[in-house]
Design a protein. Structure first.
Lengths: 312, 289
């Protein structure tokens, strides 16, 4: 009997269930890094960005996204869809509403989305193709009892790391990415809310703008820097007291490069924060890369097995 | 720029704390500094039964092996069994089921496992009306009660996944894998190697993982001539590749490999009663059309 789709599907599902449980557990147990504020709005922003960045959080543990991201990329897609459906229009107003949610509530939403992953994954077109790939790779192989076949395919999936089910890796990645997102959020927070020093917030007009090299001037140049009062090329000065605008920035912090410069108070420079959108591939590109990587990982694993067989 | 005295003091304090944080940071890798503080993985459970007890139980089962009734060993039962297989190949499922059940009720452990495959609600090739998780579990337990190592292995596996008529239970998964592996069931040995390498249900242990993969590979011997040629080859590949990953991906050292190989020899010496080949148990398993 050649391996059937049911067997592959059962094996893939078993791994997804495991991924779901590990990922949910790690997010549930994750704690925010120490932050300079206990403002619920800011903490909510961290969780929100973490959720929107979930594809990276749960897939980039040990190697490239392309070989690890089949399922997490789907969750990323769901998180973005959630955002677009509920919060995008009008963006600034609703982003503030979103950030006002208690962060625990958003955390629960993320976990629920992950719980749905198992049910919905197999109906995704790229999941179908992963299954087809496994079936075709093993079409001439013969196993015995179905549940035993499932165990062997699970082993294959685990070795190829198509679905990241290493709990320790997931645990570390969740923590690392939560720290990274929190750092970005805090850079924004510090840059706009400190001590009434009228800090300057510059937001890039496009993805092509680059944060100026002299963003952190030396003490010697600081005086001249202050006197220039020039908005850096490609950036606009944003009024940080505008809550709606700030909420929109907080909501998108995960896809921004944010640099904040605090100057010692003896220097006459303004504290300055630069915000620039990162050049990230769109979701379609990521899905395509994910699918190709998934197939490649399976094929590589299969060839490794063949090589082992020849060597033996 | 507006500067107040209190702001000056706050800024100084913040600057000091920032400097302290910067000095304490070990390097740029956030994982490196946080790894030691992480709690153990939540799913790790110790086996409910001490391994020594499982080993004793496994040995008892192995020594009683000759008492297990197998249809392949009894001419009349074997004839009836082949008749049932013929019905199955002709898609006469009701007739096949009746014959299988009649044999299983007489206590033939191998036929009881055939019924496990027949009723499997997830991977069975029989029509959907025959898929029945409860019946599957019933016949599996009948075979398990006789101490059949194939049943022990399957009983372990159904506790790994959701979808069968049991709750997922890592402790049972590991306990029964150990019992089956200790009797020389190569499939259980490979799966136990997998469990030790991934830390599923048991504390991760690369040496133990290597040992069990090696024991499995030794038992995946070429099948009888009338068997399909790929059956064992695939399993050897799986085990060899996974064993190789322990060194390539997981950084197992030559010293650890040497220790594992020594443990393999010790295990072989202390388990003369273990199955020596997968063919001792595998070829009696029902193959679906």
């Amino acid at each position: 009997m050649s391996i059937s789709e049911e067997i592959v599907e059962a094996a893939v599902t078993a791994e997804i269930v495991l991924w779901r449980d590990y990922a949910s557990s790690n997010i549930r147990n994750a704690v925010l890094p120490a932050m300079a504020t206990d403002d619920a709005l800011i903490q909510s922003a961290v969780w929100l960005n973490f959720g929107l960045d979930l594809g990276k959080n749960l897939s980039l543990g040990v190697a490239t996204a392309a070989t690890r991201a089949a399922l997490p990329i789907w969750v990323l897609f769901k998180a973005q869809e959630l955002y677009a459906t509920h919060y995008h229009k009008p963006q600034t107003e609703n982003a503030h509403k979103m950030l006002s949610q208690h962060y625990q509530s958003f955390k629960s939403n993320i976990i629920n989305e992950i719980a749905n992953a198992e049910r919905k994954f197999m109906s995704q077109p790229f999941a179908r193709q992963v299954t087809d790939c496994l079936v075709s790779l093993h079409k001439n192989h013969i196993f015995s009892v179905g549940v035993s076949e499932v165990s062997e395919i699970r082993n294959l999936i685990s070795d190829s790391k198509v679905i990241q089910t290493d709990d320790a890796v997931l645990q570390q990645t969740v923590k690392a990415n939560l720290d990274r997102v929190a750092k970005n959020i805090m850079a924004l927070y510090h840059g706009t809310r400190r001590f009434g020093r009228s800090p300057r917030l510059y937001v890039a007009d496009s993805r092509n703008a680059y944060i100026p090299a002299n963003a952190a001037p030396t003490p010697a140049s600081c005086f001249g820097y202050m006197m220039e009062h020039q908005v850096p090329k490609g950036f606009s000065k944003i009024d940080s007291s505008d809550k709606a605008t700030m909420a929109a920035l907080y909501a998108n912090a995960h896809q921004m490069e944010i640099k904040h410069h605090d100057f010692p108070l003896i220097m006459p420079c303004y504290d300055t924060t630069y915000v620039r959108p990162l050049n990230q591939p769109n979701i379609q590109t990521q899905l395509t890369q994910s699918y190709k990587g998934t197939i490649q990982a399976l094929i590589e694993t299969y060839h490794r097995r063949q090589a082992g067989r020849i060597a033996s | 720029m507006t500067i107040t005295i209190s702001a000056l003091i706050k800024a100084f304090l913040l600057l000091s704390s920032a400097l302290l944080v910067a000095c304490n940071a070990s390097d740029d890798d956030p994982l490196a500094s946080s790894a030691s503080k992480l709690p153990p993985p939540y799913f790790y459970v110790k086996t409910q039964t001490p391994i020594a007890e499982l080993q004793v139980y496994a040995k008892e089962m192995a020594l009683k092996r000759s008492k297990i009734r197998l249809a392949k060993n009894e001419p009349m039962a074997r004839k009836q069994y082949l008749e049932a297989l013929a019905h199955l190949e002709n898609k006469q499922y009701a007739e096949a089921e009746a014959l299988f059940v009649a044999l299983a009720e007489q206590g033939y452990a191998d036929v009881q496992i055939d019924l496990v495959a027949f009723y499997d609600p997830i991977t069975s090739k029989t029509p959907q009306i025959y898929e029945d998780g409860e019946k599957m579990l019933y016949w599996l337990k009948q075979s398990l009660a006789q101490g059949f190592a194939v049943a022990q292995y399957i009983y372990a596996l159904i506790h790994y996944s959701e979808g069968y008529s049991v709750e997922r239970d890592w402790a049972k998964y590991i306990d029964w894998l150990i019992i089956a592996a200790e009797q020389g069931n190569a499939n259980a040995q490979r799966e136990l190697g997998f469990a030790y390498s991934t830390g599923r249900g048991v504390e991760r242990d690369l040496i133990e993982s290597y040992k069990w993969y090696e024991l499995a590979i030794r038992r995946f011997k070429p099948p009888p001539k009338n068997e399909a040629e790929n059956t064992i080859a695939v399993r050897i590949n799986l085990a060899r590749s996974s064993q190789g990953n322990l060194i390539i991906d997981k950084g197992m050292t030559p010293e650890q490999v040497a220790t594992a190989k020594r443990l393999v020899e010790e295990w072989e010496a202390s388990h003369p009663y273990a199955y020596q080949s997968i063919n001792d148990i595998e070829h009696i398993i029902y193959r679906r059309p």
